[in-house]
Ligand binder design. Structure first.
Ligand code: TXA
Ligand code: MG
Length: 508
């Protein structure tokens, strides 16, 4: 079948396009259209055969009921019975909008649409294209998300085409959607009403208006243990092709853990993905890193989630590590979808972080102008089993200076450079639990110990690697003295690299 794609501007709706699409629906065909949440795959909700076509196009199990979309509140009475009193209040506040309510169905709704249930899910979308289309189609349009079953819901017409081109009659392309996650589903047939799927309208928003609501407990944990009340929630939805793992902890730990995992994959030649945020993006270096939005505005994250998951399907990555998000407000819906995409695979950031003893190695010399920066740069040449931030400090740095020119000349002859180096003063902030401080000689070590006390990881370089060779001080001497110093440093740093890797092997 040829799928017609029609662009449509919601601020200036072309009535002829709407009429064409409406006629297709009235004739029992399928039209994908934008809503404020995600794109829907529309069909005539009152025709049994139309529902069957919908299931076939999506490859969706037919026990998974469809949502009926309406454009006028009065139309609710034609498809639902025993509508509870609070419905008026909720509709007045949230319709049109990202809320689906479940009622007992009337005889007008075929069982094909409700997946055999005696209840019907109803939503009045706010997107003007959706509303015009519903009117043009006769008022009742069933619409699941317009993706192939199991793929992330579509937030653009291109996503719809990726999944359904050739399988449906038309796609109305109204650009990217606003919210990006499916509507909140509220079951009105129970008291108090129960949230079956979290979305942009939250429990707190309902409770302000109608008092207590409950939440389907299977949404919170691993739902394989118990069947969720919305049949669709039991399937592993939104699944990316790669294995998706949610890294959980406080944000600092999550970043450290993901960095560690990404570095390990990089060393082993495995391609991985990282779901990061605008705030955390600069911390990552290895793998395919995608920005999902800003932590300052969770709406940006909701809007990008499915797009990012789809984009990863185009990347040849075997595993995706995602940061996690606060489970409040819209965050509840975000984590709900992310966890489903991950098939509930989580890893504890703290447990990963614990596996790495040192993260930073700071070399300390007197002035941080030759020996310490040389040692640091030599160490940076090694591909170690774990990733370390390697830097240097001086105990007497009066003002920041570039590296000693002779030191730089020697480094250059060994194809390294201290070109970016600027000397910096050692201070208490360098004495972190995860930092290994390696001084060039005893003097510096003793000075640190007497000033800051013991209890930190402070060693001389040769002590740490178990080699008694002293590092000479070439200051004020000719170039050859710098060359000799370099050779000693090179030998000790080589032992350091071996020692660091052996600590990893021993799991220390
Ligand atoms: O935002 C949305 O709701 C989008 C747009 C297109 O409106 N639609 C959507 O439809 O997400 P769908 O089919 O992908 O998800 C509908 C969910 C499924 O989990 C389904 O099981 C549940 O609603 N559902 C539908 N009717 C139900 C009923 N009578 N009882 C319980 N759950 C129902
Ligand atoms: Mg869906």
């Amino acid at each position: 079948m040829e799928t017609k794609i029609r662009k449509i501007d919601k601020n200036q709706i072309d009535e002829t396009v709407i009429r064409e699409a409406g006629d297709i629906l009235k004739a029992g065909g399928l039209v994908a259209f934008p809503t404020e949440t995600v794109y829907g795959l529309g069909a005539d909700a009152l025709k049994e055969e139309a529902a069957l076509k919908t299931y076939a196009a999506k490859g969706r199990p037919s026990d998974n009921p469809l949502i009926v979309h309406i454009a006028e509140y009065e139309d609710l009475k034609k498809i639902a019975v025993n509508i509870p009193a609070e419905t008026d209040i909720l509709a007045a506040h949230f319709w049109p909008g990202p809320l689906t309510m479940i009622f007992e169905k009337s005889a007008a709704v075929p069982y094909g649409t409700t997946g055999g249930l005696d209840t019907v899910a109803v939503r009045m979308p706010s997107d003007p294209v959706a509303r015009e289309l519903i009117r043009a189609a006769g008022g009742f349009v069933s619409a699941p998300s317009a993706n192939t079953s199991g793929r992330p819901s579509p937030t653009t017409a291109e996503h719809v085409a990726e999944d359904l081109d050739g399988k449906i009659d038309m796609i109305l392309d109204g650009g990217a959607v606003d919210i990006g996650l499916e509507s909140t589903i509220l079951d009105m047939t129970v008291t108090p009403p129960m949230i079956l799927r979290p979305g942009a309208i939250t429990a707190e928003m309902f409770e302000e208006l109608i008092g207590e609501v409950s939440v389907d407990e299977t949404l919170l944990g691993d739902e394989s243990k118990k069947a969720p009340k919305a049949p669709g929630m039991k399937y592993r939805h939104y699944a990316p092709r790669a294995k998706l793992l949610i890294v959980e902890g406080d944000l600092r730990e999550e970043i450290l853990a993901i960095r560690q995992l990404a570095y390990a994959a990089h060393r082993e030649g495995r391609r991985i993905g990282v779901i990061a945020t605008a705030e955390t993006l600069p911390f990552y270096k290895y793998g395919v890193i995608k920005n999902i939005g800003t932590r300052e505005n969770e709406k940006t994250i909701a809007r990008s989630l499915y797009r990012v998951l789809r984009e990863f399907d185009e990347e040849d990555v075997e595993t995706i590590y995602s940061e996690s998000f606060a489970v409040q407000g819209m965050g509840k819906a975000i984590m709900n979808r992310l966890e489903k995409a991950a098939g509930h695979l989580r890893i504890s950031a703290a447990a990963v972080v614990k596996q790495q003893r040192y993260r930073r190695i700071t070399f300390v010399s007197r002035t941080d102008s030759a020996r310490a920066p040389m040692a640091a740069e030599i160490l940076r040449q090694y591909e170690l089993k774990q990733e370390y931030v390697v830097d240097s400090r001086g105990l007497v740095v009066l003002f920041p200076e570039p590296a000693n020119q002779k030191a730089e000349a020697i480094m250059k002859s060994a194809r390294m450079t201290l070109g970016d180096h600027v000397s910096r003063q050692f201070g208490e902030e360098n004495l972190q639990e995860d930092t290994l401080i390696l001084t060039i000689d005893e003097n510096q070590k003793n000075k640190i110990l007497s000033e800051y006390g013991t209890g930190y990881n402070v060693y001389t370089l040769n002590e740490f690697v178990g080699d008694s060779t002293e590092i000479p001080d070439p200051y004020g001497q000719p170039l050859t003295a710098y060359g000799e110093c370099f050779e000693v440093l090179r030998g000790l740093v080589k032992k350091l690299a071996e020692k660091l890797d052996s600590l990893v092997e021993e799991g220390l």
